[in-house]
Design a protein around this ligand. Sequence first.
Ligand SMILES: Nc1nc2c(ncn2[C@@H]2O[C@H](COP(=O)(O)OP(=O)(O)OP(=O)(O)O)[C@@H](O)[C@H]2O)c(=O)[nH]1
Ligand SMILES: Nc1ncnc2c1ncn2[C@H]1C[C@H](O)[C@@H](COP(=O)(O)OP(=O)(O)O)O1
Length: 226
Amino acid sequence: MSKLFRAVIMGPPGSGKGTISERIAQSFGLQHLSSGDFLRENIAANTEAGVLAKTYIEKRLLVPDHVMTRLLLPRLEEMTRHSWILDGFPRTLAQAEALSRACELDVVISLNIPLETLKERLRHRWIHPASGRVYNLCFNPPRMQGVDDISGEPLIQHEDDRPEALVARLRHYKDVAKPVIDLYKAKNILHTFSDTDTDRIWPHISSLLNTKIRTDQSSAQRASTN
Ligand SMILES: Nc1nc2c(ncn2[C@@H]2O[C@H](COP(=O)(O)OP(=O)(O)OP(=O)(O)O)[C@@H](O)[C@H]2O)c(=O)[nH]1
Ligand SMILES: Nc1ncnc2c1ncn2[C@H]1C[C@H](O)[C@@H](COP(=O)(O)OP(=O)(O)O)O1
């Protein structure tokens, strides 16, 4: 059996974590686990943690670490037979430390995108709030303007995707993410990609994963034949 592969993707709001995770899921068969989607599912199902998380999300605050880890870690523990890419978790050092105790990561992808690019993207971002599906009027527009492709329901824009709100969100991201990035750098698993376009970053991520996944699989095969 091939070795399971565990990856995390990090980056500021609008850096393309969701978009790139979907490509990774499709190209490499990894399960895309998104903390935002998972929270929305729990809110929709009215679970205890979902009800609690909702009060923070409505105020556009981060959900407390103990709530996030209580929600996410059991879900990861269920995924013993799947390779996955985790998007949106960990966001804080406490979350990263809890994750390290639960499993060993193979790769951490960090997206480093210029501020002007982020502003421009988020200005054009429209989302379907119930599912979390994301569109961009220039990059991946919905089939019909203002309408979700799958449900036919209206799309909305986030208040905090406005350029004025973004600068504060970005500063907050950098403060909180810095120790997480330092931790993964020290573990030698951090890979940073800097560019303005997802399509230009993608070939580099794809070749990194090709190398890592193939190398891991052949060493697992060697181990099983020894
Ligand atoms: N123009 C352009 N838009 C892009 C590119 N890559 C992604 N987008 C769009 O930019 C927006 C942000 O991408 P997401 O994948 O939602 O980014 P994210 O990092 O998951 O964002 P958060 O959920 O806020 O953390 C979306 O509207 C994407 O469709 C790109 O290379 N060019
Ligand atoms: N790892 C995490 N720790 C704390 N809060 C989190 C979290 N992941 C997601 N959240 C919260 C913060 C966001 O307000 C909300 C939605 O997350 P998201 O879909 O990643 O969107 P956003 O781009 O608005 O941050 O959930």
